[in-house]
Write a protein that binds this ligand. Structure first.
Ligand code: SAH
Length: 213
C-alpha cells in the first residue's frame, strides 16, 4: 500500500486533475507521505484525501499540496520559502525537494517536535523549524521568495506580506469557515500586490497566538 506503484498512481491522478508542473509531480512522487501520518493510517496515505494528525489538525490532501506548490513555482524555482502551519511536515518536505531552504512555523509543540524529528530521520537538512505564532511570520530570515500558508485566516496577516520579497508569491487559504474559503495567490510586483483566486478549499483555521497562552 505504500509501494512506488501506489505513489505513481497518486501522481497520475494529480496529473489527471490538472497538475502540470513536472517538478512538482516529481517532488510528490519522491516524498513518502506514509511516514508523515500515524502508522494506523499509512495504508491510506496515497489516497488523495486529508488525514488526521492529532490535535484536531490534518495533513492536507495531496492535490491541494500540489496546487499550492505549483502556484509558487516560477520559471526559476524560488530559493527561500516560508511555510506557516508545519503540521505533519509533509508540505515542508515536498518544498524541500524543490527549493534551497524552507522555513516552517508551527504553534502546537508536539506537532513541531514530531515534524522536526521526521525531517531529521529522512535526512532533510534544508528545513528550519520554529515553534511560534505564524501570524507574525519569521522575521529573522525575511524576505522570502515565496510564502505558503496551510491554515486559513479570515484576512491575510500583514506581516506575511511585509516579509515577501519583490516578485515574491504568497499562497494562502482565506475565509471564515472551512466551507467558504478561497485559495488566494498574491504576487508582489514593483511594491504592488496582484491577486488571483485559485478556487475553493477547506483548511483548518489559522489561530492567532500560541497554544495555552
Ligand atoms: N502543512 C501541514 C498541514 C497542517 S494543518 C502538513 O503538510 O501536514 C495546519 C497547521 O497549521 C496545524 O498544524 C496548525 O496547528 C497550524 N497553525 C494554525 N494556526 C497557526 C499559527 N498561528 N501559527 C503557526 N501554525 C499554525
Amino acid at each position: 500500500m505504500t509501494s512506488q506503484r501506489t505513489r505513481d498512481r497518486l501522481v497520475a491522478r494529480l496529473k489527471a486533475r490538472g497538475i502540470q508542473d513536472t517538478r512538482v509531480l516529481e517532488a510528490l512522487r519522491m516524498t513518502p507521505r506514509h511516514l508523515f501520518v500515524d502508522e494506523a493510517l499509512s495504508s491510506r496515505a496515497y489516497e488523495d484525501i486529508a488525514l488526521p494528525i492529532g490535535h484536531k489538525q490534518t495533513i492536507s490532501q495531496p492535490y491541494v499540496v500540489a496546487c499550492m506548490t505549483q502556484a509558487i513555482m516560477f520559471d526559476d524555482v524560488p530559493k527561500k520559502v516560508l511555510e506557516i502551519g508545519t503540521g505533519s511536515g509533509y508540505q515542508a518536505a515536498v518544498l524541500a525537494a524543490l527549493v534551497n531552504q524552507v522555513y516552517t512555523v508551527e504553534r502546537i509543540e508536539p506537532l513541531y517536535r514530531q515534524a522536526r524529528l521526521r525531517a531529521m530521520r529522512l535526512g532533510l537538512r534544508n528545513i528550519r523549524f520554529k515553534l511560534s505564532d505564524g501570524v507574525m511570520g519569521w522575521e529573522g530570515y525575511a524576505p522570502y521568495d515565496a510564502v505558503v500558508v496551510t491554515a486559513a485566516p479570515s484576512e491575510i496577516p500583514s506581516a506575511l506580506i511585509d516579509q515577501l520579497a519583490e516578485n515574491g508569491r504568497l499562497v494562502i487559504p482565506v475565509g471564515e469557515s472551512p466551507g467558504s474559503q478561497n485559495l488566494v495567490l498574491l504576487r508582489k510586483v514593483r511594491g504592488c500586490l496582484e491577486q488571483e483566486n485559485l478556487g475553493g478549499v477547506s483548511f483548518v483555521p489559522l489561530i492567532q497566538g500560541m497554544v495555552n497562552t
